[in-house]
Write a protein that binds this ligand. Structure first.
Ligand SMILES: *Cc1c(COP(=O)(O)O)cnc(C)c1O
Length: 364
């Protein structure tokens, strides 16, 4: 079976570090966590970074640190993994679904402008499959309306727009280190921001509500523990150093696929000219009239793992029943996109051949 994903980390790479951690007995809040944080800040060029247990907890922390809650509205990109909207629902705010662009799969700026109200307290823009296309434009609109912009960059480590790294564009950016993403610590995430005031709140909230004065904890607020461990940080450090070459390699594989599949009527997720897209997932829109689920089944029969693109949030059972606000483009993409295997040495020629064979079966 050709797998959909393959992690960019081996046991050999972390073996020495894991030994050191076990020998030291320091499993949390030690040198690896500090080093990982420092390297993330340097790599992205941001002032503040906070490690978390996941992108989901990271997003929740952003909303909480902004004081968002009951009665507030948060506008979210509608084509994403449900965590994007679950965090809004969880804190009692009302999610407002913004439809996406059918080429980039990202929030449309006209949609955002149309949906801003007096109650809008934040916008969550999703870099669909790591593609940040349009984030700068969305940021401009948010600034004009003085609404904080949170970037769900769960998939987007290593991506940029206009030469600016994802992580320093939005007011708050959340990355994931889940194994489906380019950099994995098993589970994990990080929040980055250049906003000092938010960072101050965040650091208290993420330390059980405490500030430390003269070595003594003073619990000035209530808070949480969403920390990453030393072992996880050691894994993260190793991959951060390789990120640039990973992104380059994924892009060249994606281009090879595109050459073949565009001839067959497939359309790859597009990114704007000034964008570096890390290709966290390689996603194509299937030709009009093709049954995407049949294609996935055919690929499985031929030993190739593939999957859907992602979800139309407003069309999931819970949110459809509660808000009845299904967005048409996101709904179309949910039904008509496919994710293909993309990593070093993947046999993209074989996979493209099988897809071509499938297209020919439809012609008979
Ligand atoms: C993976 C993903 C998440 C959730 O990340 P976790 O680290 O698993 O919580 C959120 N949003 C998007 C867009 C994702 O792809």
């Amino acid at each position: 079976m050709i797998k959909l994903i393959k992690p960019y980390i081996t046991f050999q790479e972390v073996e020495e570090d894991f030994k050191r951690i076990f020998e030291s007995g320091t499993f949390t809040k030690g040198e690896y966590v500090n080093k990982f944080l420092q390297e993330i800040k340097t790599y992205l060029g941001v002032d503040h970074a906070f490690l978390t247990t996941s992108a989901t907890t990271a997003l929740t922390m952003c909303l909480k640190s902004l004081g968002i809650g009951l009665g507030d509205e948060v506008i979210v990109s509608d084509f994403s993994f449900p965590a994007t909207v679950n965090v809004v629902e969880d804190i009692g705010a009302m999610p407002i679904f913004a439809d996406v662009d059918q080429d980039t799969f990202n929030m449309k700026s006209e949609e955002l402008e149309r949906k801003i109200t007096q109650k809008t307290k934040a916008v969550i823009f999703v870099d669909a499959f790591g593609n940040p296309s349009g984030i700068s434009k969305i940021k401009g609109i948010c600034e004009e309306h003085q609404i904080p912009l949170i970037e769900d960059a769960a998939c987007a480590i290593g991506s940029s727009e206009n030469g600016v790294n994802v992580g320093k564009i939005a007011d708050l950016t959340c990355f994931s280190f889940h194994p489906r993403k380019l950099l994995t610590t098993g589970e994990g995430g990080v929040i980055t921001t250049n906003k000092k005031e938010i960072a101050e709140i965040m650091s208290v909230k993420l330390n059980h509500g405490a500030i430390v004065r003269d070595g003594m904890a003073d619990f000035i607020n209530y808070g949480y523990n969403y920390r990453l461990s030393e072992l996880q940080a050691a894994m993260g450090i190793k991959q951060l150093n390789k990120l640039e070459s990973i992104v380059k390699s994924r892009n060249s594989i994606a281009d090879e696929y595109k050459k073949r599949l565009h001839l067959l009527g497939f359309k790859r997720q597009n990114s704007l000219d000034n964008v570096i897209h890390n290709i966290q997932s390689l996603v194509f829109m299937v030709p009009e009239g093709m049954n995407r689920d049949h294609l996935i089944a055919y690929l499985t029969e031929n030993g190739i793992e593939s999957t859907i693109g992602t979800y139309c949030l407003s069309n999931t059972t819970y949110y459809k029943n509660k808000y009845n606000s299904v967005q048409p483009i996101a709904k179309y993409l949910e039904k008509n996109t496919v994710t293909l295997p993309c990593y070093d040495n993947v046999d993209h020629k074989y996979i493209s051949n099988i897809i071509e064979k499938y297209v020919r079966t439809l012609e008979d």
